[in-house]
Ligand binder design. Structure first.
Ligand code: DGT
Ligand code: CA
Ligand code: CA
Ligand code: ZN
Length: 580
């Protein structure tokens, strides 16, 4: 079992104990253990086997037991038995904004409400408002949260979808009779959120039925929603739907292309095929059976893979990330689609937190994590003092951190820790540090973490003012959105991007899967304006550095070439850039 799943379960145990009304120290111990464990970099099995798990500060007897059980058996009896005490609808209620374990426990114990539907009924009937601690206003808020939940609960963050796909895809791929297998749909196109997982497989004819049976009975399947000869659909245990299509191997390129989408891209491909006198669908090309055929009617080339389909239509190959009908067909016609950035181009990153502010790991651990990824540099940008909730750094603590970074850098070979800050943009557009302080950093990320409710005009002014500060190197998470949770604040992104272009400031793609902000549609615009893009993981633990991968996906979706992205530059070029 991987560490992040163990942390999730520890958190869930903490929440279950709260629901149960146990001693708050007990539940806090589990939440705390989850946080501490997230920052542990050692191998879990080694820690558990050697008994060193108990030596970690913040891990006590009962939390260590749950961790050991999970590592050794993949299950924790303590967790399982706690979970059994509550109906499953309770867990949905906990996902509602503003609904903590205390409220949910009250509703369940005192009013016997154990599902979102029941909660909605009670709120609409006005029976909630009469309860202590639940006024009319709370009722309205609850109804609003339910609306939000329903709107979002049918989609998933990309990391969750990826993880869910991994539980089943490799097994499907290695089934007997399978010739080729790919993940298609929005996951292949690297959309910021995913509706369902689409798997396309080609197989030998006499194995198709067996493949369908094994797919629908896979251990990660919770429920079967369709079981056909060529298509089956299931709901995975993680709650996400997964479709499987099985085709002949000759049809595979066409099926993969069709089910990768997007719908809009497919429509363009089909009409282009018509111009050639062909039809195009998920099975292949066909000669048009109409008058049009006589005028054109040359046979399409044989397509044994996806690039052949584009070739047949006279197009340059279009990477899946670009298939959104945002100009890729026109560019492909003239061979002008650029070479997109790849993960291998990344040489470091700039927006990371340590235990100086709200991160879990030390400077050294973060640096070692970056070195393990083969990076040449890592930028540390802890929060500034206004971010009290995140243990933001005072000027004194900044000095201490800078000293520590200098000492570390003196020991590193071929690797540099850059001294940065994620400075808060205050409500009036001033920055949370004086210019003199800002000048002591190698670079400055400016971000908004407070007062989200300004008007669009005021918010845009606020950010523009911050951008104009000569010490600001880059803008952090421009819209502040949290995917499937909170919309971004009102801001004129075009105006900000134009200003960044004029002022020579970089803009971050925050690669955290909950943010992916700048949005890829805007990345495309920013690149067209010549704005330098930076892919930042906003990592709060060492493992968070891996999120850069999601940022690269968004950069590719935004048509970024290697040179459009700051953190593809060599150490030498970065030093030049930061000195300017
Ligand atoms: P999602 O699942 O909502 O994140 O987005 P997709 O793009 O994965 O959509 P999905 O799963 O409904 O369908 C997979 C692909 O199949 C889609 O990207 C394009 C293709 N497709 C599905 N329905 C249609 C359709 O009615 N027309 C066309 N042209 N293509 C379709
Ligand atoms: Ca899909
Ligand atoms: Ca689908
Ligand atoms: Zn931030």
């Amino acid at each position: 079992m991987d560490k992040s799943t163990i942390c999730d379960i520890l958190d869930e145990v903490g929440t279950l104990l709260e629901l149960k009304g146990e001693n708050p120290f007990k539940s806090r111990a589990f939440h705390n253990a989850a946080r501490v464990l997230a920052g542990v970099t050692d191998d879990m099995s080694t820690l558990v086997d050697g008994g060193d798990i108990r030596k970690i500060k913040g891990i006590g007897e009962s939390t260590a037991k749950v961790i050991s059980d999970l590592v050794k058996t993949g299950k924790s009896p303590d967790h399982e038995s706690l979970k059994k005490e509550f109906p499953s609808g309770i867990f949905d209620m906990l996902k509602l904004q503003g609904m903590g374990p205390k409220k949910v426990a009250f509703l369940y114990k005192k009013m016997n409400i154990s599902s979102i539907d029941a909660l909605e009924k009670a709120a609409k009937a006005g029976t909630l408002g009469t309860q202590e601690g639940f006024g009319k206003k709370t009722e309205e808020n609850i109804l609003q949260s339910i609306d939000q939940f329903r709107k979002h609960s049918s989609r998933f963050l990309i990391n969750a979808a990826e993880k869910a796909a991994q539980t089943i895809f490799d097994d499907v791929k290695s089934l007997r009779g399978v010739i080729r297998a790919e993940i298609a749909g929005s996951l292949r196109r690297h959309k910021e959120t995913i509706g369902d997982i689409d798997i396309v497989v080609s197989a030998k004819k006499n194995y198709v039925k067996l493949i369908m049976d094994l797919f629908t009975s896979h251990a990660s399947v919770e429920r079967i929603t369709g079981h056909g000869e060529t298509k089956s659909s299931v709901v995975l245990i993680s709650g996400i739907n997964c479709d499987l299509r099985v085709v002949d191997d000759a049809e595979f390129p066409f099926a993969l292309n069709y089910f990768t989408g997007s719908k809009e891209h497919n429509v363009r491909m089909r009409s282009l095929a018509r111009e050639h006198g062909w039809t195009l669908n998920e099975y292949g090309f066909n000669i048009l059976d109409t008058a049009e055929k006589r005028s054109k009617g040359k046979k399409p080339i044989k397509c044994s893979n996806e690039p052949d389909i584009y070739k047949a239509l006279g197009l340059q190959y279009v990477e899946p990330e670009l298939r959104e009908d945002l100009g890729e067909i026109e560019f492909a016609k003239t061979g002008k689609i650029p070479n997109l950035i790849t993960y291998a181009d990344i040489k470091g990153t700039f927006h990371c937190h340590t235990n100086y502010s709200d991160g879990q790991n030390t400077l050294l651990q973060m640096a070692e994590g970056a070195q393990k990824l083969g990076w040449d540099y890592l930028g540390i940008a802890d929060h500034s003092k206004a971010a009290a909730y995140a243990n933001g750094l005072s000027e004194d603590r900044v000095r201490k951190q800078i000293k520590e970074i200098d000492a570390l850098n003196a020991k590193f070979k071929n690797f540099i820790l850059f001294k940065g800050t994620e400075v808060d943009i205050l409500t009036n557009g001033d920055l949370d540090f004086q210019n003199k302080q800002l000048a002591s950093f190698d670079y400055v990320v400016a971000s908004i973490h407070s007062n989200f409710k300004l008007s669009e005009v005021d918010m845009t002014k606020r950010i523009l003012k911050a951008l104009k500060n000569k010490h600001v190197t880059m803008l952090g998470h421009l819209t502040g959105r949290l995917l499937l949770d909170r919309d971004g604040y009102a801001v004129n992104q075009i105006e900000i991007i134009n200003a960044a272009a004029d002022l020579g400031k970089a803009i971050e793609i925050n690669a955290h899967p909950m943010r992916l902000d700048l949005d890829w549609r805007m990345v495309k615009y920013a690149v067209s304006k010549g704005v330098m893009i930076v892919i930042n993981p906003d990592a709060h633990v060492v493992a968070g550095l891996n999120d850069v991968r999601y940022g690269v996906g968004i950069a590719r979706k935004g048509w970024c070439k290697k040179n459009d992205v700051l953190n593809t530059k060599s150490l030498k070029k970065i030093l030049n850039y930061l000195n300017k």
